[in-house]
Design a protein around this ligand. Structure first.
Ligand SMILES: Nc1ncnc2c1ncn2[C@@H]1O[C@H](COP(=O)(O)OP(=O)(O)OP(=O)(O)O)[C@@H](O)[C@H]1O
Ligand SMILES: [Mg+2]
Ligand SMILES: [Zn+2]
Length: 513
């Protein structure tokens, strides 16, 4: 007899319907034939399903049985289908009778004992179930809680094969999970206060630059000697970002869900992500990919911060491939399994020393680097990448007196309030367009919203000539000036706004330091 169970396959951060067809009682010697999965996964799934069936008091099939995961051209992950395969075998061998089993979408890994284990991508699967008009989903714990964030489908948590059987046969009722909106409330004060800007001493220019960067969602590069607090500042950037909107949280969660990261509690449900991959990170881990293409660090940083510490230490190839995602806010990964596009609208925060030894320009330490060494170090960051970083800021070493002082710096909360006010202005400005922040203005929008009068135009031209700024700095300066004006609640870009923005292009200068 033929039984069909509905499940899904993850494609990037979306899911597609998969039919798990089980045909039992075929002529021939008794064995299980599983098609539609990679070879290695088939064997493992077989073993788990057989063991789970017998340990739950059921009989493994005694006839030739074919299991087909259709469509065959979709790349699938083995463990995902343990539960649907086991249920399919039970239905096909008539060990259970269930009405309308196809109104459910089912997934879950099985342990040898028959207990369920979470799978990645439950959020995408819940969205698919709703799109497909399914009544609901049967999922293991954690996956079920994730799926419950999607409204409009019922989510039933099943902890074992046995619990799934009793639910489907009507032997036992399970109360569907409530949409987990409580998780989407405001930021709890304790968490927001965990890493706070008040701990940063001195560094007024750096703090200001970071505030400007966050306000307009501009990428920023910090240049300074070891111990000047660059890493410390970077880690605190999320604490001054406005809390994500409901839509943004779902986007962030979808990505973490597809990467299987929510399963081990790696993401606080209500914070913007902060990702800091090491400079030895592989291209696949950075950009995404794998046999079943999944999100990389740049997508995990979506709507949050990607921190690249020691920027020149990254492989040049890795930095080059960042250019397109930085521009577009998404990344397309091609694999034999097909192409997927994943969102990656992150804010880049990068840090570097001014030279290989770190002490160039430091009044207290002598720099021992030769001009060639310094040149080689800088040239690792290509012009086109620098071009996509709106603000460059120098962070000098702190004086001993500053480090010893007990004075607290301004709190993240105060900074966040100013950032939020300027974001409001931007959202009003870009209403009914796709742009969400000044950094993402199109060329036409720059012309429209960053108009400066003739006097300021002369000032900018003069500054660019004096400082030998490259032509590509021009639009960057205007965008940053727009954000500075927004922070000052000014309709127009005025001279002080423009002058401050010009200062944030130190790496474009022909002479550095
Ligand atoms: N502005 C600061 N306020 C308070 N403490 C600071 C400050 N700057 C540095 N420190 C202290 O120095 C330590 C090192 O700072 P941090 O790691 O942020 O420096 P860095 O600029 O990233 O250095 P490196 O170039 O070596 O990575 C911090 O853990 C902190 O204790
Ligand atoms: Mg550091
Ligand atoms: Zn040096």
């Amino acid at each position: 007899m033929l039984a069909t169970i509905i499940s899904a396959a993850l494609q990037g951060i979306d899911a597609q319907v998969v039919h798990v067809e089980v045909n039992a009682g075929e002529a021939g010697e008794p064995k299980l034939i599983l098609v539609g999965l990679p070879d290695a996964a088939v064997k493992e799934s077989d073993d788990r399903v057989f063991s789970a069936l017998s340990n739950s008091g059921f009989k493994p099939p005694r006839t030739r049985t074919t299991i087909n995961l259709a469509p065959g051209n979709l790349r699938k992950e083995g463990p995902f289908y343990d539960l649907p395969i086991a249920l399919g075998i039970l239905a096909a061998t008539q060990q259970i009778t269930t009405a309308q089993i196809t109104q459910w979408m089912i997934a879950g890994e099985l342990s040898l004992s028959g207990a369920t284990r979470p799978v990645r991508g439950a959020l995408a699967m819940a969205r698919l179930a709703r799109r497909e008009g399914k009544r609901g989903l049967l999922l293991p714990a954690v996956s079920a809680e994730e799926a419950a964030l999607v409204e409009g489908v019922e989510v039933y948590r099943v902890d074992s094969l046995d619990a799934a059987v009793r639910f489907l046969t009507g032997e036992q009722t399970i109360i569907p999970l409530k949409p987990a909106q409580y998780r989407l409330g405001p930021l709890p004060a304790s968490k927001a206060g965990a890493l706070d800007f008040s701990e940063i001493k001195g560094q007024h220019t750096l703090r200001r630059a970071v505030e400007v960067a966050v306000a307009g969602f501009h990428n920023i590069l910090m240049i300074g000697p070891p111990g000047s607090g660059k890493s410390m500042v970077a880690k605190r950037v999320p604490s001054i970002m406005p809390p994500p909107t409901l839509d943004e949280r779902l986007e962030i969660l979808s990505i973490f869900s597809a990467a299987g990261r929510t399963i081990n509690g790696e993401l606080a449900w209500d914070c913007r992500p902060f990702r800091a991959p090491h400079h030895t990170v592989s291209d696949v881990a950075l950009l995404g990919g794998g046999t079943i293409p999944g999100p990389g660090e740049i997508s995990l940083a979506h709507q949050g911060v990607l921190f690249l510490d020691e920027l020149p230490e990254f492989k040049r190839s890795a930095l080059e491939v960042l250019r397109q995602p930085l521009e577009d806010g998404d990344v397309t990964i091609s694999r034999s399994a097909g192409k997927v596009t994943l969102p990656c609208a992150f804010m880049l925060v990068a840090a570097m020393n001014p030279c290989p030894c770190g002490y160039l320009g430091d009044p207290k330490h002598e720099c021992r680097c030769s001009p060639t060494q310094i040149q080689r170090y800088r040239s690792k960051i290509s012009g086109p990448l620098l071009d996509r970083i709106d603000l460059h800021i120098e962070a000098p070493a702190l004086s001993i007196a500053e480090l010893r002082s007990d004075q607290l710096g301004e709190s993240s909360q105060r900074m966040r309030e100013r950032v939020a006010a300027s974001r409001e202005r931007q959202l009003t400005r870009f209403r009914s367009t796709k742009t969400t922040a000044n950094a993402r203005m199109t060329h036409a929008q720059i012309r429209q919203h960053c108009a400066i009068n003739a006097a300021l135009g002369d000032l900018l031209q003069h500054a660019m000539e004096q400082l030998s700024l490259s032509a590509r700095a021009y639009d960057r300066i205007l965008k940053v000036a727009r954000t500075i004006a927004d922070l000052a609640a000014s309709e127009k870009i005025e001279a002080p706004h423009l002058l401050e923005a010009i200062q944030y292009r130190s790496l474009d200068r022909a002479v550095f330091y």
